[in-house]
Design a protein. Sequence first.
Length: 385
Amino acid sequence: MDFALSDEQVSLRDEVRRFAENEIEPVATEYDEEEAYPQEVMDKAAQMGLTGAHIPIEYGGAGYSVLDVAIIIEELFSVDPGIALSVTSAAFGADAIMAFGTEEQKDRYLTQIASGEAVMGTAVSEPDVGSDVSAVSTRAERDGDEWVINGNKMWITNGSVGDFFVVMCRTDPDASDRYSGFSQILIESDRDGFTAEKITGKLGIRASDTAELIFDDVRVPEENLIGTEGAGFLQMMQFFDDTRTMVAAQAVGIAKGATDRAIEYAKEREQFGRPISEFQAIQHKLAEMAMKTEAARQLTYKSAWAVDQRDQQLTALASMAKAFASRVAVEVADDAVQVHGGAGYVNDFDVERFYRDAKITEIYEGTTQIQKNIIARELLGKSFV
Ligand SMILES: Cc1cc2nc3c(=O)[nH]c(=O)nc-3n(C[C@H](O)[C@H](O)[C@H](O)COP(=O)(O)OP(=O)(O)OC[C@H]3O[C@@H](n4cnc5c(N)ncnc54)[C@H](O)[C@@H]3O)c2cc1C
């Protein structure tokens, strides 16, 4: 058991930190205010290998382990969660192609993401389908050697900037049980009948693109099927086991960023003739913020390790890490605003943005309630709830 990062991981963390401070920090408020996609930052991040961090080297990626990627995510999110989400979600769906795709799909799609030429997404949620993934209604029907897709997907990260999407479709409406009859199909955004409508007015992560996708008789070749026809639900659940750890790492980054800023402010701000950091109430708050962040980090790293090892505990650990770390992010960001007093309530200070950005980690990729259902299911040895 080793609790220290390797020398390579320390160098990686420091390099990513420098990138975030130089390229992201100066433009963070601007992209948040404008709700704009940070294309300039994306190009630089791709050059550094950050958009394809987990993609294997043979497909042009950086080939980092899940633990390495967690370290990258933490550093980027500790500077600005919105832009960090755009950078680290450019390959959102690549793990499904890596796990279930054909060699041809890997060659064609992973290389484009790794080079920064393309951005992708994963589309499961629909206007009437969120926590209950087994209710997905987007329909894909075979017509000769093509799939014809009809339906709507809601809240899709990278929806209006993405070049292709791993889309959860119902391919057999007469399947014998609730979890069969779904397939993952890759849909390119330049297909006829594909429309994306950007969603604005989000509480946080406003530099990340979110859109509704509409498929109106979209036709793709049958070879766009990812993995096995009818196994899409189980494939998607395995994908979420991997990516939930990444959301936990996002939350750790937010908590770290909020804590760092609260410490800095508490040392500078004076009241009653002394820095507020000399009041024990503030010291205890800072201690609790650091303590909770470190606990969330350890659980997240263990979950990342479990994904790398394909350890049998990984489903439970990923849900524990996501549920725990996301709550920590929300609480710690709240505390950081409190330490700033009135100054924390306006966007002159980053903590106002962290406070808004933190909440999404409790919602996407399965809400906290769904994570608890999964943990309980694993504890009780049950099948899907
Ligand atoms: C900014 C943003 C980006 C997103 N990106 C993507 C994306 O890229 N791809 C994608 O597919 N989706 C994406 N989503 C959708 C996200 O995954 C869903 O919002 C989330 O899964 C919750 O679904 P819902 O919003 O429909 O809530 P609902 O499922 O309607 O849930 C509402 C409330 O009921 C609770 N609840 C529901 N069922 C249960 C239960 N069985 N037990 C206890 N409580 C329950 C939930 O926890 C929640 O509190 C994104 C969402 C947002 C806001």
